[in-house]
Design a protein around this ligand. Structure first.
Ligand code: GAL
Length: 662
């Protein structure tokens, strides 16, 4: 084994150009480097690099003079986009003249330092130096490199990819210990950095482990980057502004784009001024610009649905729109004021867990969602309604009693806001938000004691929505069997449906979730068409499947048939879906059973329905469900699946791990 690896090293050396060690080599600093080092020979290369690079050139190279892929023999080992360094033309070499740049640099050959490949590594971490395990001489457990550099200050970055046990690393450079006993963790790329000043024309580096007793603790080294500290001049800043301008910020997340634009602006403003505050100020501007440019983060673009995977918005933040609804809407473009057609997704904000407000997102393609913000906030305290500007202007004109209602229904500490659904009222040009408004009551501490339907309104699609009220709804007529007579008019899991004639309905679980109800809304869509006391059964509302215990309703109309998808009632745990069909909303609903195919666990593919809608462009019907994670509700996932229909109009849903609209 050992013999074989030594042969590899000899082969590497044979490829490299002839080399000689200069007087200032690794072996000339007895206080730092081992005395067993080979004695340096004379060199015919200049002892100091006098070359000067212009600011633009340095900038393009990211100020990198050397970027060594330790122990590599392959010239293609440089990851795309990395600068090889202005002094370096090959990925690694034994100490000597660089074949192209003529700078003198490289590793000190040592029979106990071996090249090794790493199948787990990537880019600069595929190859590395390790110490031969048969080496017993503690003086021979170091990896030495020397680099010819112009006089100046440098940042040295060392990379250690460690597929072995944890070990510690020491690094000496320019006669001083720079890194002392730092832990190199297992299975990860550890990067260490330090600054050093070089005055003798050569940067000498020694990587070792002073505490190593066994070979498993000896050092490793994957890459070395040596970057020159820039000279902070106006020219440098001007070169940076030129090189880093012209970015199409639309392609990047707004946070990173804003930081970049602000530092670019500051640099430009500085350069436009006559006065020069000096290098410290330039350094600050330059560093800001360079850092924010490097931190520009591309927006992730989806081109498919991946049910159950984390789904992020265009800013890279996981979408928070649980128990939600997606619909196409004509909304005003915030920039131009013109009406545009957008997909709108509203849902529960579970960023902080169980309790939160309502979020909205928009999309052009259903894959990529732009965050529109929290459209209805919950209320931190009764006081905040009169103190916080947001609430003060929203609830201007509310009486004290009304404010009490708002504080109770939207209480951030106690209220439960679930399954929000949005509907646009053409007549009033008003957006109406309905939701399951729950929480404790005067007589019960239960989170689901109120069992009400809540309503909030706004003149704009993305709010802020103003809470109007929360209500118990219709009750079981006296000639029918009420499944929960002790608490009447309950409304929990809910949805909305607007029929072709503009009449809107609320569909919800009532009678302690034992019976579904469908109730007609008034023309404003803000309350029932008829108050419960006067409501007529069959005209104003109907009860569905008393005692069947269905919730999570999603109603839609297709080819003249009305469909109602539902789940059972098992809290956050998924259960078997069941759907019904009817010829009209208030008609006879007939059960068609579970639409899922291949759902062996009978858990609706571990999801619970929340909305079903059609993409008119492709004709695709989409099932939208929630995969709740009760221990970590904010990480709950979205299960969107394509629906197919049989000749008889029966619904079929199969699981696909990735799919597109066709
Ligand atoms: C489910 C319901 C959810 C949520 C949950 C709480 O049955 O569909 O919206 O209320 O219970 O356990």
């Amino acid at each position: 084994m050992r013999f074989k690896i030594i042969r590899t090293i000899i082969a590497v050396c044979a490829l490299a150009p002839a080399f000689v060690l200069p007087a200032s080599g690794c072996g000339t600093e007895p206080s730092v480097f081992p005395s067993a080092a080979p004695s340096p020979a004379e060199t015919d290369v200049p002892s100091v690099i006098t070359k000067e690079w212009d600011p633009g050139e340095l900038l393009m190279a990211d100020f990198t003079l050397y970027n060594v892929d330790c122990g590599s023999v392959s010239e293609t080992s440089f990851p795309e986009g990395t600068s090889r360094g202005l002094c370096q033309s090959v990925s690694d070499q034994p100490y000597g003249k660089d074949p192209v740049t003529e700078a003198v640099w490289g590793y000190r050959e040592d029979p106990s330092v071996l090249r090794e490949e790493d199948s787990l590594g990537e880019g600069f971490t595929v190859s590395k130096w390790v110490i031969d395990k048969e080496t017993t001489d503690p003086n021979q457990t170091s990896i030495c490199y020397d680099f010819q550099v112009p006089e100046g200050n440098y940042t040295v970055t060392l990379g250690f990819f460690n597929p072995f046990g944890v070990r510690k690393i020491d690094v000496d450079c320019e006669g001083r210990k720079r890194i002392s006993g730092e832990k190199i963790l297992r299975y990860s790329t550890n990067e260490k950095e330090f600054d050093v000043s070089v005055s003798d024309g050569e940067l000498n580096l020694k990587v070792y482990n002073s505490a190593a007793n066994t070979f498993m603790e000896t050092p490793i080294l994957s890459y070395i980057k040596i970057a020159k500290e820039p000279e902070y001049t106006r020219e440098l800043l001007a070169a940076a502004v030129e090189a880093m301008s012209g970015v199409n910020t639309d392609d990047y997340t707004s946070e990173s784009a804003e930081a970049y634009l602000s530092s670019l602006e500051k640099a430009k403003t500085y350069l436009a001024k006559e006065s020069n505050k000096g290098s410290a100020s330039i350094k600050l501007k330059f560093k800001d610009l360079r850092e924010s440019y490097k931190m520009l983060t591309k927006k992730y673009k989806y081109d498919s649905f991946r049910p159950g995977e984390v789904w992020t918005d265009t800013e890279g933040t996981p979408v928070q729109a649980h128990g939600g609804q997606v619909q196409q809407m004509e909304i005003p473009d915030p920039d131009t004021g013109k009406t545009v057609t957008k997909w709108v997704w509203v849902g529960e904000d579970k960023t902080h867990g169980y309790r939160g407000g309502v979020c909205a997102y928009t999309s052009d393609d259903l894959y990529n969602w732009h965050y529109e913000g929290i459209i209805m906030r919950n209320v931190p305290s009764r006081r905040s309604l009169e103190k916080e500007e947001y609430f003060k202007s929203l609830y201007a004109g509310y009486t004290d009693a009304q404010l009490d209602d708002v504080a109770l229904a939207l209480d951030a500490e106690r209220a439960v806001i679930e399954r929000p659904k949005l509907i646009y009222n053409e007549k009033n040009k008003q957006y109406v938000l309905w939701f399951h408004a729950d929480g404790p009551t005067a007589t019960s501490d239960s989170n689901y004691a109120a069992a009400c339907a809540g309503v909030a309104v706004s003149d704009t699609p993305f709010g802020p929505y103003r809470f109007v009220g929360r209500y118990r709804l219709n009750t079981c007529p006296p000639d029918q069997e009420d499944k929960h007579p002790q608490s009447r008019g309950m409304a929990r899991d809910m949805n909305l449906f607007r029929d072709t004639d503009g009449t809107a309905y609320i569909i919800y679980s009532s009678e302690e979730n034992l019976t579904l109800y469908i109730s007609k809304l008034n023309d404003d869509y803000t309350y029932l068409a008829t108050p419960p006391e006067q409501a007529v059964y069959g005209k104003d509302f109907i009860r569905l499947f008393p005692g069947a215990q269905r919730e999570a309703p999603a109603l839609f109309l297709k080819d003249g048939k009305y469909y109602l998808m539902t789940s059972g009632c098992t809290g956050w745990a998924p259960n078997q879906a069941r759907y019904y069909m009817a010829d009209s909303v208030m008609g006879e609903w007939v059960s068609y059973g579970d639409p899922c195919i291949g759902d062996e666990k009978h858990t609706t593919f571990d999801s619970q329905s929340t909305c079903i809608f059609q993409d008119p462009a492709t004709g695709t019907w989409i099932y939208m469900g929630d995969r709740w994670f009760s221990d970590k509700l904010n990480d709950s996932r979205y299960i969107w699946l394509p629906i197919s229909f049989t000749d008889k109009g029966e619904m079929r849903i199969g699981f696909v791990s990735e799919w597109t609209l066709k």
